[in-house]
Design a protein around this ligand. Sequence first.
Ligand SMILES: Cc1cc2nc3c(=O)[nH]c(=O)nc-3n(C[C@H](O)[C@H](O)[C@H](O)COP(=O)(O)OP(=O)(O)OC[C@H]3O[C@@H](n4cnc5c(N)ncnc54)[C@H](O)[C@@H]3O)c2cc1C
Length: 398
Amino acid sequence: MDRHGHVDVVIVGGGAAGLFCALTAGQRGREVLVLDSSNKVGKKILMSGGGRCNFTNLHIEPENYISSNPHFVKSALNSYTEWDFIALVEKHGIAYHEKTIGQLFCDESSKQILEMLLTECEDADVQIKTRCQIGSINKDGDYYRLITSQGEVTCESVVIATGGLSIPTMGSSGFGYEVAEQFGLNVLDRSAALVPFTFSDHLKPLCERLAGLSVEVIMTTRGQSFREGLLFTHRGLSGPASLQISSYWAPGQSIEINLMPDHDASEYLLDAKANQGKSLVRSVLSRVLPKTLVGELEILFWRPYGQTPLAEIPDITLRQVGSYLSAWTLKPSGTEGYRTAEVTLRGVDTKHLSSKTMECLDHPGLFFIGEVVDVTGHLGGYNFQWAWSSGYVAGCTV
Ligand SMILES: Cc1cc2nc3c(=O)[nH]c(=O)nc-3n(C[C@H](O)[C@H](O)[C@H](O)COP(=O)(O)OP(=O)(O)OC[C@H]3O[C@@H](n4cnc5c(N)ncnc54)[C@H](O)[C@@H]3O)c2cc1C
């Protein structure tokens, strides 16, 4: 920064997107200043992926992103791909492995990803200031002027990379949305996503009793399905299947769970009736589902037949039980909200931004990147890839 407090580029928010934008712009020789209100940059990187950071996915596709403009992500994702990020990780000698299909995690710690970004920033002479509150951002002639708790700064380009609203204790703020509105950009209504479901009806005590139990299911809502693990918790339903589906769920809607994704549940029961007529429903289902879960399902779906051998249960009843098992329909009362959500759905309307550079169409020099934008990835490293890719294209332009 020169003695008049001027730099080429100010990046507000030193998270995944902000740091990636900073190192990219710095490598181009731009003088970059990152300002973060928190005491430390990259906190969400550190807590991500259970401490191992699921930093990208081998199968990044536009279909893995939710946005009011589904084409918006294409340009940035093509400009900086998962392979580019993997090459950077390898250049830094960070060992990684593929966990669930395509999801790449550090072998050791997410710290390595943050250290990698900070090393790249340092090599590119990026300045980083933490505990810096931004009072205001205004256009002043050819420049943007920021009034901050650490003084005034002017710049040619300002990049808003303040992330979403999830995990308020990690320094999240609605600041990026406020800046967008100040400059006349539309901000689409936000909600918590990749978040567990809660229940207030009879499901609540059922979830409590089954807390800790996990099963592979197909979960569906509003035409969208995911085959992943479902985890019962003391508060409701979690696990990858619930988190994925939460991004598509709307309050008041139902979710449907296929508890036997590898079987046609009705056929399974009718087969069992034909071949093991003396068995109980409970015992044949316990071969494919955890016993404790079967016990709870019995109370819900076939209690009057709990002690009846399969051979004596009418086919129509078994078909009915089968259809409950393959399409168990539940109505969540809500989600755990931003307190535990991994991401924020929606945000700054992409119609105001260039998909090639993330620059505002009506405000040259003003950029929005990362989670603050109306782009939300599926669970599995997609959100970090969006942060890297959107940060990269902005970093090439600022
Ligand atoms: C628990 C958890 C685990 C996750 N795990 C994964 C995972 O494994 N893989 C994956 O792809 N995604 C994961 N995510 C999502 C991922 O962390 C985010 O999508 C990603 O960090 C978004 O990057 P960002 O730079 O836009 O925002 P952030 O990384 O959130 O960074 C925003 C930065 O802006 C700063 N800031 C906020 N307000 C202000 C302000 N007013 N002034 C100055 N600075 C400000 C913050 O302090 C922060 O440093 C996880 C999220 C959570 C919460």
